[in-house]
Write a protein of this length. Structure first.
Lengths: 110, 885
């Protein structure tokens, strides 16, 4: 397995975005705020990382997008998971579980 | 992996760029708005809300760029924009682009034309089924002074052994070439090329007849039934595509021949004949010498090793082996050679030499283009420095240059293909009919791939240097240099120029040698007066003229009729004329101390008026008269070369050869095409003239298969409608005797020297092209020096230099390079031109005149190419140049 830190980070961001969309459609800012919320404020995703990731994931076919009205009637682009996206979320979650377990094991070893 | 959404996104990104961009813009804006709303809700004042939102967004344009960079097809996008930029750069420099494209077009065009010849002659298969099974037989002679490995014609004995004792092959023989014959249909008699072939000839070639059959074994036996096979064009044009022609008799050579077959449309044979008759080969007569050309096809079940073993077993057991005559200790063996190679071997050295010359042209062009792009590159140093400073990577800069080179190569290649096509058409027009053993020279896929490869390779070659230089651009000094290009690369450009001038010298020297030897051949002392002579050829391969009395009657009546044409002074007939191929005979001297001496001599029959008509000076004795007939003393006239060779220059008159033939006169030498000991395309050689009236009937038949006699007339001035009058005179003697063509003596010489003329034309145009390219190279170098150093020149002139001094200073760069090139070229020529010794005549490889001409040509071209651009120096105004400082 590749041990590139960027891959790991990118993978993490993808996983967080997928997870944030698991409960329903959100616009960009919504995703950003949701990630902030579910990680207890640990991850603050800036637009400079968020948008490239969103577009890439859409090109991969994990998400689809549409234009809708926000809660205070602003036009905004919404994203939601596709079927492939849900599968990806499942796979990524499992992978992450394995990695975090492995890392925890490694750190506990003496 | 979901393929479909990816592909859809890629297409969207590539083809709906504007919509993708708009949507991205909207999305980023809406994000900003949402952030502002959020901040306002949190109770920030309006301005503060805006500021905080912008900070969090981090710059709308940067965000968009980050999205773009990871969009699918992004790299493709940047390639396209590089191409656009490149095209714009080329469009903005029309002078540079035009020079490069023209240079490329000429050099690629020359290579395309020559390669298409190589392709069709050496690479492509001949148009027969399973050409790899077809072959010819080579004779290898070792262990003697005259070692050789080449295709020999075979004799009757060899043919019979090949046919009967080599079961691995299907074999056939044909006559060496076609002969003229008269074909009668209704009242019209037409002249056709008749090829004589053995049975199975068409089987070896794998040709299926349109209708009918090939010759049977019976028809191919001596004195067998007379049969004929027509080619498609004769069947359609002469016999109106008569579907019932099979089994009918047509009148060929005044005898009925039964049509047994018709060839399909467009079918070519190595003989290229209009009609085919059975060869009827045997060991006697024609088959006594090596007069047959053999072709073979390997049977399905056999291998070529088996075939070679069988050939050697069969042919080495012969009792009389001509290969051993003259060198008894020689080791002789035989081997099969692919048909393609056998057919084109004689053209191979010339074609390869041309390909080499074309390669030189390409190198010269590359050197020029490298120089041009190098200068352009140096001029663009400020642009490169700016782009580097703005953050372009080295790779991006390099890629830009490569893309521009590639664009140039592709444009140049496309134009070059057109030039090559036109060049090839011109070349084919130049070639005599049936010169190449193929029907046509197409620009096929292989030629196209070659052209593309050459273009791209050229681009790599000439792009490499500048790209390497670009690597070393020093940011700080280039920016500070006020965008003045450095005079760098001068040494490099001079070396390139010297190289191309050297190659030009080789090509010029080579073509000068060819021109010199052509001039030598064309200005050989004729030994007769060729002006005012008109020649008509007609075929006497006719059963009626195998009778000496009828033959003599025809000659007497036709020459008498021709003498009556107003303006004609004299007329005669001969088997062959000066500048033509002549019969080789074998004679035995009969008296004096030379008695019993045997050797080869050329021989031709002539009518009594021959020497007068050609105004060939009689040196000793007499020429023929009407009194020399079939029942009188057999007589001969010989030439000076004969007297020299056989009598040590003594008087030959009164001497006998072949027991009963008396030499009655000696005439001057004339150039002929020799088959005896050929050292040049035309030369003088020992020749015997005999009276036409004394040739025996049996000889007449075979002589007229091989040769078409010439009717000659001499006119004092131009005679209107002379050829028509000659045809009419011929018809008076025999209404069924069409002339096959009319020629002046100059035409005959030109026909004989066709190969030499083509060589001169081809290599000459290559050399001219090389010279032109070198001139362009020198011109560009000097012009560029003037442009680069305008400031320096201004200062020098302000300090008191004259225009002449400055011109000398600047022009020296080009002249020095050229001098170095000439020296290199002469050294190179000393080695390279030795290979030409077999194709040049009357001039040595190291010919001082040629060297002087070459050096003078290059010098004057160099001077011109140097002076013209440096004339601009005179118009430089020192004051203005300095003010600009």
């Amino acid at each position: 397995m590749s041990s590139e830190p960027t891959t790991l980070l990118q993978g993490t961001l993808d996983l967080l975005i997928l997870k944030s969309l698991a409960t329903g459609e959100l616009h960009g800012l919504g995703i950003s705020r949701r990630i902030q919320q579910i990680t207890g404020g640990t991850f603050l995703v800036k637009p400079g990382s968020l948008f490239p990731a969103l577009h890439r994931m859409e090109e991969e076919g994990w998400t689809s997008s549409f234009w809708g009205d926000s809660e205070n009637n602003r036009r905004a682009k919404y994203y939601r998971l596709t079927k492939a996206g849900r599968k990806q979320l499942e796979a990524e979650s499992k992978r992450w579980g394995r990695i975090s377990w492995a890392i925890a094991q490694a750190l506990e070893a003496s | 992996m979901p393929f479909f959404p990816k592909a859809a996104s890629l297409l969207r990104n590539l083809f709906m760029t504007r919509r993708v961009e708009q949507e991205l813009d909207l999305e980023v804006r809406s994000h900003l708005q949402l952030l502002i709303d959020e901040n306002l809700r949190a109770g920030m004042p309006l301005r503060e809300a805006h500021r905080a939102a912008r900070i969090e967004l981090g710059g709308a344009e940067q965000v968009k760029q980050q999205v773009r960079e990871q969009q699918l097809g992004d790299s493709l996008h940047s390639w396209i924009s590089d191409f656009r930029f490149g095209a714009r750069q080329l469009y903005k420099n029309p002078g540079f682009t035009l020079t490069v494209v023209l240079t490329l077009a000429l050099s690629v065009g020359a290579n395309t034309a020559i390669f298409s010849l190589v392709n069709v002659l050496l690479l492509k298969s001949l148009p027969y089924p399973h050409p790899e099974r077809m072959g010819t037989i080579y004779t290898r002679i070792n262990g003697s002074s005259a070692a050789s490995d080449e295709r020999h014609n075979v004799n009757g004995e060899q043919w019979e052994l090949l046919r009967d004792n080599v079961p691995a092959l299907i074999s056939a023989v044909s006559a060496g070439g076609t002969s003229g014959a008269n074909l009668k249909n209704g009242s019209h008699v037409g002249y056709v090329h008749a090829g004589r072939v053995s049975a199975r000839y068409f089987d070896v070639l794998g040709i299926q007849l349109l209708m009918g059959r090939s010759f049977s074994e019976k028809e191919d036996r001596p004195h067998g039934p007379k049969a004929v096979i027509l080619n498609y064009n004769v069947w359609r044009n002469v016999f109106d595509a008569n579907p019932n022609i099979l089994g009918q008799a047509v009148l060929l050579k005044s005898e009925p021949y039964t049509v047994v077959g018709v060839l399909p449309q467009g079918e070519t044979t190595p003989l290229n004949a209009d009609v085919f008759t059975p060869l009827q080969p045997s060991r006697a007569g024609e088959g006594g010498g090596t007069n047959f050309t053999a072709i073979t096809r390997l049977r399905e079940s056999a291998t070529s090793q088996e075939a070679d073993a069988q050939i050697n077993r069969a042919w080495l057991s012969r009792s009389g082996r001509y290969e051993l005559a003259g060198n008894p200790g020689a080791k002789v063996s035989y081997h099969s050679v692919p048909f393609q190679k056998g057919q084109t071997d004689s053209l191979r050295p010339q074609v390869l030499a041309l390909m080499l010359a074309a390669g030189f042209i390409l190198l010269i062009a590359c050197a020029n283009l490298a120089g041009l792009t190098l200068v352009r590159m140096l001029r663009r140093t400020p642009e490169v420095a700016t782009r580097l400073a703005l953050g372009a990577s080295n790779w991006q800069i390099q890629r830009q240059f490569w893309i521009e080179n590639l664009l140039l190569a592709l444009i140049g290649g496309a134009v070059g293909t057109g030039v090559g096509y036109l060049g090839l058409r011109g070349l084919l027009l130049l070639l005599p009919e049936h010169f190449l053993p193929v029907a046509g020279v197409p620009l096929d896929a292989r030629v196209m791939i070659f052209t593309l490869t050459v273009s791209v390779l050229t681009s790599v070659l000439f792009g490499m240097l500048p790209a390497l230089v670009a690597r070393k651009v020093d940011l700080r000094s280039s920016m500070a240099d006020r965008a003045v290009a450095r005079p760098g690369g001068l040494r490099l450009r001079q070396s390139l120029l010297a190289g191309e001038v050297a190659l030009t010298v080789v090509l010029l020297a080579g073509s000068s040698l060819l021109i010199r030897s052509l001039i030598y051949l064309e200005t050989l002392p004729p030994g007769f007066n060729p002006n005012g002579v008109m020649v008509a050829k007609a075929s006497l391969d006719d059963v009626r003229y195998q009778d000496p009395a009828t033959f003599r009657k025809l000659l007497d009546e036709s020459t008498a009729a021709m003498r009556e044409i107003p303006g004609v002074q004299n007329a005669a007939v001969a088997l062959s004329l000066p500048y033509e191929r002549i019969l080789n005979d074998w004679i035995t001297l009969s008296d004096g101390k030379e008695a019993g001496h045997q050797d080869g001599s050329d021989l031709t029959y002539v009518t009594p008026g021959y020497f007068d008509t050609l105004q060939m000076p009689l040196l000793v004795g007499r020429v023929f008269t009407d009194a020399d007939g079939s029942d009188t003393q057999r007589v001969a006239v010989v030439n000076q070369a004969f007297a020299r060779k056989f009598y040590g220059g003594g008087n030959p008159v009164g001497r006998y050869f072949n027991q009963d033939t008396l030499i009655v006169g000696e005439v001057s030498d004339v150039p002929i095409v020799s088959g005896l000991d050929s050292v040049a395309p035309i030369q003088t050689e020992q020749t015997i003239y005999v009276p036409a009236a004394q040739v025996a009937g049996g000889s007449l038949a075979i002589l007229h298969v091989w040769f078409q006699p010439d009717w000659i007339v001499r006119a004092a001035g131009p005679v209107e409608g002379l050829t028509a009058e000659m045809q009419r005179a011929l018809a008076k003697a025999d209404p069924n005797l069409p002339a096959s063509g009319f020629y002046s003596m100059k035409d005959l010489l030109a026909r004989t020297l066709a190969t030499q003329r083509i060589e001169v034309a081809l290599l000459g145009s290559m050399a001219a092209l090389a010279l032109l390219l070198s001139a362009v190279g020198i011109f560009a170098l000097v012009a560029n020096m003037v442009a680069q150093r305008t400031r320096e020149i201004g200062i020098r002139m302000a300090l008191g230099s004259t225009v002449g001094q400055v011109m000398l200073q600047i022009g020296r760069s080009g002249v020095n390079a050229s001098i170095l090139g000439v020296v290199l070229g002469l050294i190179l020529s000393a080695g390279a031109l030795r290979v030409m010794s077999s194709v040049i005549y009357g001039v040595g490889v190291y010919d001082i005149t040629t060297i002087i001409v070459v050096v003078l040509t290059i010098s004057s071209v160099t001077l011109l190419a140097t002076i013209i651009p440096s004339l601009r120096i005179a118009s430089i105004d020192p004051a203005r140049t300095l003010r600009e400082e």
